[in-house]
Design a protein around this ligand. Sequence first.
Ligand code: NAD
Length: 485
Amino acid sequence: MAINWTDAQIEAVVQQVVAGIKAEKAPARKSWDSVSYCGRPFVGVYEKMEDAIAAAENGYRAVRAMTVAEREKLITIIRDMIREEAPIMAALGVAETGMGRVEHKTAKHLLVADKTPGTEDITPTVRTGDNGLTLTEMAPFGVVGSITPSINPSETVLCNSIGMIAAGNGVVFNPHPNAIATSNYAIDLINRASRKAGGPRVLVASVVKPTLESADVMYKHPSIRLLVCTGGPGVVRAVLASGKKAIGAGAGNPPVIVDDTADIAKAAKDIIDGCTFDNNLPCIAEKEVFAFDSIADELINGMLKNGAYKINAKQAEALAGIVLKDVKNPKTGVMKKVVARDCVGRDAKVLLSKIGVTVGDEVRCIICETSFEHLFVQEELMMPILPIVRVHNIDEAIELAVKAEHGNRHTAHMHSKNIDHLSRFAKAVETTIFVKNAPSYAGIGFGGEGHTTFTIAGPTGEGITSAKSFTRLRRCVMADSFRII
Ligand code: NAD
């Protein structure tokens, strides 16, 4: 389906919703199951988490009653509506969170529509033998509680909804407090799709003001059978400590190695393309580079030709003082560096302006040469700042890159034509995603083979999640019968 919104129409919806967020501390209640942002109703959004869970239970019953073909029809409608409304959700995400780039967020929504697996992902297996036939099926858990991030808000809601519904589950969301309207827009979209498909008015649900307390209600509620958490280390820890079956998709800090056999011009372009995608918000995006000394100058020149701006050591210190803040741990009193939220996902030119450098829109990435110990290497910044560390050989490159990944086992990248180097790094870093000779987003199916997800579950091992990740295996045994040979 073609995207047929004009810029003026997109702007009108975004203004309506954003004005609603700003004007009304709490958006107007439209009815008991919906809220309205300046007259635009979002259905499936409740005051209390308990009511949202009750609605999601009804949604679960409705999904259970559907045939697989009916579920697939609903998912097709969801895909079409995502394609249709991608530019709106993209613009809304940027307007509400202040992070990312509209054109890239639009592409991420289209990726969700095109490459999130549906019911075809749920495949039963059969084993036959002397003792008869055993059938193993992928069954739903029931109602899934999903915690979603601010960096891919509607993308995560939509991708998780498709997978969870395809698997036969209901879903209740506790969206990120900084992306409530964008996330709830996506929840409303799923509910509109449900009504179009002849399903219930509310299929998936959410709350008007998600908080850590509403998340806690979700963790403890007896109706929630599976928790799926997409976010930083704090929230993943909290979900894994809940005592329930949980899928944790946590933080990353993806390193990139470039050795002396790589196509350097291509590596430079790929790294800048990946690093600047949605202003470096994706958890898989290139966060630090380890370049062989022998090719580092050529690599940096290639990056400069592709929209990078190089800052010197003094400027890097000034920028570090702005994008990382000292925060005292209230319990221990220990000072800690924390990424400044008002710098996350911002354009390179905005970040440069903070240190007095004025550039145009052609600059999309800030690069600098640093030591391995530099905070730009060690911290997951989620903004288009890319530190480059020179290394002498593959041993040093692998050792430092593995350390910089901090054991997240999330994502790593390498540009090389040396199969031994590629294999050694892949084995050493043990990440869920390892991308060779391409921008990072190839790892989630954008210009690379394979399905997409915005919930990459490293800590709990489901990997590139899809419908089957949200199922439990059930076995049915027919002893001594049902063979046909
Ligand atoms: P975040 O970690 O700030 O918050 C995620 C969600 O969890 C929000 O709803 C927030 O309110 C809630 N939350 C935070 N701490 C909580 C706690 N202790 N208990 C309950 N709820 C809590 O998310 P963000 O800033 O939007 O995302 C950034 C982080 O998420 C990065 O570290 C990034 O790498 C990671 N991330 C990972 C994936 C993945 O697929 N692995 C995807 C997206 C984001």
